[in-house]
Structure formats: structure tokens, C-alpha cells
Design a protein around this ligand. Structure first.
Ligand code: FAD
Length: 825
């Protein structure tokens, strides 16, 4: 299998380059190819061995666009297919591209629903599919047993490539665009000037560089360490076997994916290649990747794999009699949340990463290279990167134990049902708030976000908090509904410690922060301001609140997974000589969120502070006493009710919790989890960054224009772009939808139809227990024309859920409490 690249640049390394790309696998070559396509010159790619010698050479070469449930992945894979299909023509280098199609089997009703939802989503992004009966699957794949399946989903554009050849074609295309590729050249370290890498050390000399891109595959973690950049990934064993020639197997056989049996099958020189994504997999090279691992293989443990091979033999009985030509095991990089790590490293200002492709590097490779090149060129990405941005990773995720423990389940997770709210099972109880044990006693079912355990919902007394996944109403539906109602009608308490907290302080804090914020944060001490941070193109980099806690101190509250990105953005936009200092104080405070119409009476019964509307208006902060503790109380809500978030110095957490729950007995205080929070906030159409809005949205188009202060002195980053947008008209708007039918469930990705035509998709949905049906938000477009209020209001809407269309009401104002009467009371 091992193949030397045809062309090798042996010459002297240049002393300087505009871009140095590290790694000659599919990702490095694709990034180089696309940068060259953008007209960039002076690009150097360094490969320690030969091109493809890492993971790329032994990939199975499946390429598909049909199986993804987020716009970025679908765009990347769809583009990859397009690129690979014409690369040979462009470069003269064959790619082994074969458009044989792919069939994914649904063996259970839940899988059927999942594939219907995913396929309908992909279809809107230009990925054709056909739902096949078991008989039709049998016709296309006569060797497969299809009696037990519900259906097959056929994606005619999918297929396979030869990973070595396609990488060589990208390398050739890159060279044709002027890229210099040096093999047998190892990167050993970096020269840095504060937050900039100025040079790359190699075993053949040093290259000064304007930009560095770490495409080092499973070595990217070590390369990251050399630069001081956090790249948490773990090599994991991945297995396939190839049989001798088999009758009935031919080169045009579609790829067959059988996720309920953890396997995929395709033709390979007249035999079958059977790959396995087993539920308990093997993290590899826990003590470091062997130095000489080049075109390397791992000693396979086939006993471990036999149960899955036997399952595959049931699906394709001809496998039983087939001779085995090759047992193969190779390593692939997996990340703790199964998303790739791409983009500008938050630690540095010119060091990009593209690594951790979770067994999808070939099929996303073309698109990933394109995304990287555009990102490097413009400094901001034009696709939603909230699930792929390397800045979401936290430092603890790079500990060997976390990586190893999580890695065990990652392969299997790829093929298991992608239920809503699906949680990882391993590497749990890693980060826990100070309330964890008390919440567990109260019946909490915990989810995990950014490694932090959070209460998702609470089981009533005597019921075990255990989730039963489904696409319909999951077993906790009624428990969460009760939490929702208690928040609307009475008072509830939510552990919200997962929030990221950053303090910006100093004489210049106001000046620089006000330039970063689209809203005006030059407010009196004690005011809390909801704002977006935009980039120069006017799209949203962060969505958060800023509370002025002193003349020279601002408390920033954001989602936990954006905490690193928030700090990096601040660092990059506050001059280093300014008198403004950024401190992550997330661990210094626990947070309890007290919400509901009775929250004032409840808190007033404990604190000596005046909680009245006059003394404590909406969007203000005061320090109040709770028992022996002083806590920062911010009157703010994410559920649309009267309420306060309490920021409690960590060491007082238990005391405050106990004081509140004790006093809460008289008020029938109930715990609330994040499922109820989501339902409540969706009824109010409050936005969720990374959920319904992302880095490609502008505040104006997603209905947050009210929070943009165009007139404040000094302006803000992105103002000009937003003014231009105002002038030219909004490309889309993001209304709220409520299904007329109270039964079906909205989650994500459901296609929105206006007057019978698709106009967008639901970005996040959930059940609105007060509104009495599923509620969601999603963008509505108008075939490239500006979208007016009238256009939204004048349409009649339906939403497609797994192939059935349901009529929906639409509103640009929140359907629940549009006048904010409940919030401001
Ligand atoms: C068995 C198996 C089957 C697979 N099948 C599929 C499939 O069907 N479809 C699919 O999409 N994906 C598949 N994958 C995954 C796919 O192979 C990877 O996602 C992809 O190859 C990763 O590419 P990469 O460029 O990130 O890494 P690599 O190919 O590993 O490239 C990184 C390169 O960096 C070089 N390097 C490392 N350190 C340095 C240094 N210090 N200096 C210079 N160079 C350095 C390495 O030598 C290496 O060549 C499979 C993986 C396995 C293991």
C-alpha cells in the first residue's frame, strides 16, 4: 500500500514564506491547494516523511454528503464531492473517484426517523436522496439480507476515492499554483514574538513565516504543544478487513452503511472491504506516537472485532465463505466532542489549525481546505464554525486521561443513533459545580457541556433519573414540563454555574470594551447590557452581557464553550499597552438563577436588600445578602419572567444553596434544568449563540438590531458593515414558529416552507409548554431579495418533520409576552 509521492521537492528550503503548512496529508494538501487557488504566493508545505504517510494513505476512501445534520458539514462534504469529481481533469492526476452511490440502512423505527430528518435537511443543501424499500435495497445490493430493515437511504452522488491519489492530485494542483512541497522535512519548533509565530524550525533549517497552519493529523497535538497551542486529540484504532474476490461483488456496487451493526462495506478489487465503528474502541499510542511511524499499521486485535464481523456476516452471508486478503488496523485522530478543530488558535494571532477529523478527513478534506484558505485570507470564516472552531476547546480536554477515557466511545458514537440531547457516557463527572451533590440528591439528570456537568431535568421522588432516548417525547418530557410551568407560575432555581465569566478592569476598560460591543456599555455602575460583538464584516463573534460593577470594572457573562474565544477577542482588540486587564473568573463564582413571578417575594424573604422594581430595576446589578454571604444579583432573565441571577463566591456556594432551599420550602421552590430553560427561552425567542445564531449572522438579520447602538460616540467594530446592510436590505429574518399541531417535536434542521417553497430551516426547536406546541426559530429567505416584515407576515408556513409537513404560525415578535410585561413588573 505504501506509496512514495511521484514528485519530491528536494531543493533548499526558502528562508521565508508567507504561509508554512505543516503536514502532507489530505488536509495539508487541500489547504495548500485552496490557498493557491485564492492567488496566494510563497506557500510552503512541510512533510516529515512522504505525502500521505500519516493517516491518509490507509483510509477507506468513502466520500459522502448525505449523512450530516449541520450546514457546515453538508457544505464541506458536498463541495468535496464536487472537487474530487473534477480534480483529475484539472491536474491530470487520477483520484480513483467513483460515483457509485451510498446506501445507509435503517433497521429500527428510530433510525428511520433519524435518516428521514437528516436526508430532508441535506436535500435542501443540494444532496439528493431516495428512500428505498427493503426490496429496492436488495436489488441494488443482492448479497445483503434486507428482511430486517425498515428502509435504505440512497445517496446517488456519494461514492469513493483513492485517498492517496486524491491527495497527490491536490498536491499537484497546489504545485501548479506555485506551492512548494518539501518532504522528509520535520518541524521541530517555532520562533515566537509574543503572540505571533515568526519562524518555523525544521531539521533542514528555519523558515520565517507570516502564517503557520498545523495540519499535522494525529501529530497536531504535539505540534500544538511546541507552539503553546491547545489541540486536544487522541489517536484511536480503526479496523477494516478486505476479502478475496467474491462472486456478485463488482466495482459499481454502492457503498453500504449499516450503522445499527456498526459497519460499512464497499467493493475493493473484486472483494469486500468491511470497516467497523465498534462501540468500545481502542485509544492508541497513549505514551506518544512511535518516532518511526510512517505508512504505519497497528497490530490488530481481531478477537475484539469478531462480534461485529459476525454481525456483518449476518447482513452479507457471503462474507462467511470469503477468504481474507487483509486485516488492517490504523490510527485516526478523534476529538473529545467529535468535531474537527479548525481555525485561528486562540493563543496566537497567526497560527491556524486543521486537525482532528474523526474518520471523516477524506470526505470533508476538500471542503475543509477551502474553509481554511478563506479563513486565513479574510481572518473570519464565512461558514458557521461554532462546532468546529478550535477556540471552543478547553485546556483540561487535552489531559491524557480525559482524551483516553472519552476516546473509548467516540468511534461507536459516530454510528449510534444521533438522538436529540444525546450525551457522552465516558469521561463524565469531570467538571462539577459546587452544587452537584445537592442537585444529584434532588433527582437531577445531568448533561455535559464543555466538560461541565449541568442539571438537564429533575426526576420526581422515587424515579431514577435515567434518560430513554427517542425522537418523540422522551421519558422526562412531563418532568421538564412541570419545571417549565413552575417557572411561569411560581419560582424555580437553576444551577447556571456553567456560564463563562470574564472580568475586564482598568482605566481604559470602558473605552476599548465600548468599541468591541455593538451596544453601549458606557453606562452607570450597576447596569447590565445585552450586546453582540461583531467583526468588521458585521457578523457576530460573541453574544453576551456586560455588567458594569465599578467605574473601571466590567463583568462579562458568556457561554462556557466560548470563554476562550471571548478572551482571545478581547486580547486581540485591546492594545497591549492599554490600562485594561482581562481575567477569567469563571471558577470564582457559582451561579444560581432564580426565576419566576414569585422570585421577588422569595428573595425578599431572605435578603435584607430592597428587591422592589423601583429599588432594583430590570437589567441592574446589586450586591445582596443571602444568609452569611454577599452575592452579586443581576436582574436579568433568559426565560421571560421576573428573575435574578446570583453570582456567589465559590466558597459560599453550599451555604447559599442551603439557605435558598430552606426558605424555598414556603414558596414551593422547584429545581429547574436546562431542558426547561430551553423551552422557556424558545417561547420568548431569546437567541442562543451556537444554536440558533452563529458567526455568519448579523445582529440585524437575527432580530437583535434593537441592541445595536449606531449612534454611540466612537462607533464599534462592524458598524460600517451593518449600516451598509441596513441600506441594502436584510437577506433574511429569523422569526419564531409555532406548530398548529400540538404533537410533533421540533429539534433542529426541519425545513421551513413558505407558500409551499423551502425558505430556510429551524435552527433550534423545542416544546413550548405554555404555548402548547413545538416552537422554534429559523431564518427565512426570499430567493436573494431583501426580506421585509411584510414578506414574513404575508406568507403561510409549513414545517417538514421527517417527511410530513405541519402548518405553523409565524411571528417576528416573541409569541410569549411580546410587551415584556412579565419581565419588567
Ligand atoms: C482505517 C481508517 C479508515 C478511514 N477511512 C476513511 C474514509 O473512508 N473516509 C474518510 O473521510 N476518512 C477516513 N479515515 C480518516 C482519514 O484517513 C483521516 O481523517 C485523514 O486522513 C486525516 O488527514 P490529515 O491530513 O489530517 O492527517 P495525516 O494524513 O496524518 O497527515 C498529517 C501529516 O503530518 C505529517 N507530520 C506530522 N508531524 C510533522 C512534523 N513535525 N513536521 C512535518 N510534518 C509532520 C505526518 O507525517 C502526516 O503525513 C479513515 C481512517 C482510518 C484510520
Amino acid at each position: 500500500m505504501a506509496k512514495q509521492s511521484d514528485e519530491k521537492t528536494k531543493g533548499k528550503l526558502p528562508g521565508e514564506a508567507r504561509v508554512v503548512i505543516i503536514g502532507g496529508g489530505i488536509i495539508g494538501c487541500s489547504t495548500a491547494y485552496h490557498l493557491a487557488k485564492l492567488g496566494w504566493k510563497d506557500i510552503v508545505l512541510l512533510e516529515r516523511a512522504q505525502l500521505t504517510a500519516g493517516t491518509t494513505w490507509h483510509a477507506a476512501g468513502l466520500i459522502e454528503a448525505g449523512g450530516f445534520f449541520d450546514a457546515t458539514s453538508v457544505e464541506m462534504t458536498r463541495y468535496t464531492l464536487e472537487l474530487y469529481s473534477q480534480l483529475e481533469k484539472e491536474t491530470g492526476q487520477s483520484t480513483g473517484y467513483k460515483n457509485v452511490g451510498m446506501i445507509t440502512l435503517a433497521s429500527t423505527p428510530d433510525r428511520l426517523e433519524e435518516l428521514r430528518r437528516i436526508s430532508a435537511f441535506g436535500h435542501e443543501f443540494g444532496v439528493p436522496f431516495e428512500e428505498l424499500s427493503p426490496k429496492q435495497v436488495k436489488e441494488l445490493w443482492p448479497l445483503a439480507v434486507t428482511d430486517d430493515i425498515q428502509a435504505g437511504f440512497y445517496y446517488p452522488n456519494d461514492g469513493r476515492v483513492n485517498p492517496i491519489d486524491v491527495t497527490m492530485a491536490l498536491a499537484k494542483g497546489a504545485r501548479m499554483g506555485g506551492v512548494q512541497i518539501f518532504e522528509e522535512t520535520s518541524v521541530l519548533g517555532f520562533v515566537k514574538d509574543d503572540k505571533t509565530v515568526t519562524g518555523v524550525f525544521t531539521d533542514r533549517g528555519e523558515i520565517q513565516a507570516e502564517y503557520v497552519v498545523n495540519c499535522g493529523g494525529m501529530w497536531a497535538r504535539e505540534i500544538g504543544k511546541l507552539a503553546g497551542v491547545n489541540v486536544p486529540l487522541q489517536p484511536v484504532e480503526h479496523y477494516y478487513l478486505i476479502t478475496e474476490e467474491l462472486e456478485g461483488v463488482h466495482a459499481d456496487l454502492p457503498v453500504l452503511v449499516d450503522p445499527d451493526n456498526y459497519s460499512y462495506l464497499r467493493e475493493e478489487v473484486g472483494g469486500i472491504l468491511l470497516g467497523v465503528f465498534e462501540p468500545v474502541s481502542g485509544p492508541w499510542a497513549l505514551d506518544g506516537i512511535p518516532k518511526d511511524f510512517t505508512f504505519g499499521e497497528i497490530n490488530p486485535d481481531w478477537d475484539r472485532m469478531m462480534p461485529y464481523v459476525e454481525q456483518a456476516m449476518k447482513r452479507v452471508p457471503a462474507l462467511k465463505d470469503a477468504g481474507i486478503h487483509k486485516f488492517f488496523c490504523g490510527p485516526e485522530s478523534f476529538t473529545p466532542d467529535l468535531g474537527p478543530m479548525m481555525g485561528l488558535a486562540p493563543e496566537l494571532d497567526n497560527f491556524y489549525v486543521a486537525a482532528g477529523f474523526n474518520s471523516l478527513g477524506i470526505l470533508t478534506g476538500g471542503g475543509a481546505g477551502k474553509v481554511m484558505a478563506q479563513w486565513i485570507k479574510d481572518g473570519v470564516s464565512d461558514v458557521d464554525v461554532t462546532e468546529i472552531d478550535i477556540a471552543r476547546m478547553l485546556p483540561f480536554e487535552n489531559t491524557p486521561k480525559y482524551l483516553k477515557d472519552r476516546a473509548v466511545e467516540l468511534l461507536g458514537h459516530m454510528f449510534e443513533d444521533a438522538y436529540p440531547n444525546k450525551q457522552f457516557k465516558r469521561a463524565r463527572n469531570v467538571r462539577k459545580s459546587a452544587f452537584y451533590a445537592r442537585l444529584a440528591d434532588a433527582g437531577a439528570y445531568f448533561g455535559q457541556y464543555a466538560g461541565m456537568e449541568y442539571p438537564d431535568w429533575f426526576a420526581p421522588k422515587g424515579v431514577k433519573p435515567k434518560v430513554e432516548y427517542s425522537w418523540g417525547r422522551q421519558n422526562w418530557f412531563e418532568y421538564s414540563a412541570a419545571e417549565h410551568r413552575a417557572t411561569r407560575e411560581n419560582v424555580t432555581m437553576l444551577d447556571y454555574s456553567v456560564m463563562g465569566k470574564v472580568l475586564v478592569q482598568g482605566r481604559d476598560a470602558e473605552k476599548y470594551l465600548n468599541r468591541i460591543c455593538a451596544n453601549n456599555i458606557a453606562v452607570p455602575v450597576g447596569r447590565c447590557v445585552y450586546t453582540q460583538w461583531c467583526n468588521e464584516t458585521g457578523t457576530i463573534e460573541a453574544d453576551l452581557t456586560v455588567t458594569r460593577i465599578a467605574e473601571d470594572q466590567f463583568l462579562i457573562l458568556s457561554g462556557d464553550a466560548t470563554i476562550t474565544a471571548v478572551q482571545a477577542w478581547l486580547r486581540r482588540h485591546i492594545p497591549s499597552d492599554a490600562h485594561a486587564f482581562i481575567t477569567n473568573i469563571s471558577s470564582a463564582y457559582s451561579v444560581l438563577n432564580i426565576q419566576g413571578p414569585k422570585s421577588r417575594d422569595f428573595l425578599s424573604s431572605i435578603t435584607h436588600s430592597d428587591m422592589s422594581n423601583e429599588a432594583f430595576p430590570y437589567l441592574t446589578m446589586q450586591e445582596i445578602d443571602i444568609g452569611y454571604a454577599l452575592v452579586k444579583a443581576i436582574r436579568v432573565t433568559y426565560v421571560g419572567e421576573l428573575g435574578w441571577e446570583l453570582y456567589i463566591p465559590t466558597e459560599f456556594s453550599s451555604h447559599v444553596f442551603d439557605t435558598l432551599t430552606e426558605a424555598g420550602a414556603d414558596f414551593v421552590l422547584k429545581h429547574m434544568g436546562l431542558q426547561a430553560l430551553n423551552s422557556l427561552r424558545l417561547e420568548k425567542a431569546y437567541r442562543d449563540y451556537g444554536g440558533d445564531i452563529d458567526n455568519t449572522d448579523t445582529p440585524l438579520e437575527v432580530g437583535l438590531g434593537y441592541f445595536v447602538d449606531f449612534d454611540k460616540p466612537g462607533g464599534f467594530i462592524g458598524r460600517d458593515a451593518l449600516l451598509r446592510l441596513k441600506e441594502s436590505g436584510l437577506r433574511y429574518r429569523m422569526p419564531q414558529f409555532l406548530l398548529e399541531d400540538p404533537e410533533p417535536m421540533l429539534y433542529y434542521g426541519e425545513i421551513i416552507y413558505r407558500n409551499g417553497k423551502p425558505v430556510g430551516n429551524i435552527m433550534s426547536g423545542g416544546y413550548g409548554h405554555t404555548l402548547g406546541a413545538s416552537v422554534g426559530v429559523g431564518p427565512v429567505e426570499n430567493e436573494g431579495e431583501p426580506v421585509t416584515v411584510d414578506y414574513i407576515k404575508s406568507g403561510s408556513y409549513e414545517i417538514d418533520i421527517a417527511g410530513v409537513r405541519y402548518s405553523a404560525r409565524v411571528s417576528l415578535r416573541p409569541m410569549y409576552d411580546p410587551k415584556l410585561e412579565r419581565v419588567r413588573r
